[in-house]
Design a protein around this ligand. Structure first.
Ligand SMILES: [Zn+2]
Length: 105
């Protein structure tokens, strides 16, 4: 199963689920990638029927807020578009064009 590429502050170790410019805890601007277990739990979901310009023609698609290990909460697309609900398990598949893709686990 693919690992999730979290962003870790090189100074204080704060973890982020997305690229950051400066650490919100210590202000450090140096980061490393830390691979997390790619399994997550759905916190919330919605169906996108009117997408932004980058995703025209892909609608409708499912978007979930996913909780990963270490209290990281991210927004992700769901492959194959199952209608997932809160507490359903998902697995990281890949990051593409800055978007995280998960599938039902
Ligand atoms: Zn820091």
């Amino acid at each position: 199963m693919p690992a999730f590429p979290a962003t870790e502050c090189a100074d204080c170790g704060e973890l982020y689920g997305f690229p950051v410019v400066a650490c919100r805890d210590c202000g450090c601007e140096s980061f490393e990638t830390r691979e997390l277990d790619g399994s997550g739990i759905v916190y919330a979901r919605t169906t996108i029927r009117v997408p932004g310009a980058d995703h025209q023609g892909q609608e409708p698609f499912e978007v979930c807020v996913v909780d990963l290990a270490d209290d990281i909460r991210i927004t992700a697309r769901v492959l194959d578009n199952p209608e997932l609900g809160p507490d359903d398990s998902v697995q990281f598949v890949e990051a593409r064009d800055g978007v995280f893709f998960f599938e039902a686990a």
